[in-house]
Design a binder for this molecule. Sequence first.
Ligand SMILES: Cc1cc2nc3c(=O)[nH]c(=O)nc-3n(C[C@H](O)[C@H](O)[C@H](O)COP(=O)(O)OP(=O)(O)OC[C@H]3O[C@@H](n4cnc5c(N)ncnc54)[C@H](O)[C@@H]3O)c2cc1C
Length: 332
Amino acid sequence: MVEAPVIIIGGGPAGSTCARELKKHGIDVLVLDKQNFPRTKLCAGWITPKVLADLELAPKDYPHSLLTYRRIVFYIKKIPFPVFTHQYSIRRYEFDDFLLKRAEVPVYRHHAKDIRIENGKYVIDDSYKCTWLVGAGGTHCPVYKTLFSKVLPRDPQRCISTVEEEFSWQWNDPQCRLWFFEHGLPGYSWYVPKQNGFLNVGIGGKLTSLKKRGETINSHWNRFIRKLSRKGLVSGHRFSPKGHIYYLHGPTKNTRYGNAFLIGDAAGLATRDMGEGIGPAVESGKMAAGSIISGTGFSLSNITQWSVPQLLAGRFVAKNLPRPLNKAEKGP
Ligand SMILES: Cc1cc2nc3c(=O)[nH]c(=O)nc-3n(C[C@H](O)[C@H](O)[C@H](O)COP(=O)(O)OP(=O)(O)OC[C@H]3O[C@@H](n4cnc5c(N)ncnc54)[C@H](O)[C@@H]3O)c2cc1C
């Protein structure tokens, strides 16, 4: 039996941030993850400057792909709204590995399944034991399933269904583009270029609304890749996309039960407007660590719930437009 005061299940941004904070305060912690890092994580990889600030990471100190966007073009029902802003894209394959290594804590490859409470401690698969347990295993986190699913059922209305692919691609258009509500999609599709010749394209929408319309995210995906080809953004690539679901932030979150915590996607914290989840994962990881360190309460009600104000915190649209959009920038 491996024993530690704190065990974190999941080494994504939520888990690695929590681990790093605890380690900084001299608390022994270990991370269990079912995958070897670096690992693929389905995600467009857009991050705000706040995420880097929360991570205490200056852009110049990040040694992997980091592309800066000075402008993001939103299309609402095909009308372009360029937003002058300051945002970044990263590759999760690199970013998560970097953050987990930076935490400098022991990481065990282990697919956690069974969790029980024995003499006030948490025992995981009869192999790991801890006093404090942090569930950072994303949507399908076993800590959520075992300890929280009955007391904190997830609201199906907040479930987002996604399909995406990240691949090596010599893109010509360096702008991030987001298309909202096309063909009745209850969400948006994206074109997110990355540094060093990678591109992420994908689509996400509210699962219940899709079902109500008798649609699937895949039918919207097929239309989307035809559009990318028609517009010359991606043509001739053989797509093999993958899907994933996750949950948007709901009303007040009390994701502590005894000495067990839920953070990041395990708690369902993505922003309500854009489905941004990396920032809330980092914020919640820090909060759980703070609660363990200081013995104080834990509430996720102050977590960022909206992304648009952060996007607009840069300079917004028309006033600052240096010139009209050209044909390529107008896009579809
Ligand atoms: C298609 C898509 C696009 C997205 N785009 C963006 C975006 O551009 N920007 C943004 O901010 N957010 C985006 N998000 C949301 C974002 O990816 C998540 O909110 C974020 O990854 C949450 O981080 P996390 O650490 O909570 O979970 P994760 O990053 O999912 O990490 C969970 C970890 O737990 C491990 N794990 C799971 N189960 C177990 C188990 N039983 N035992 C051991 N380990 C386990 C997994 O292997 C994984 O490493 C997107 C999501 C999707 C699906």
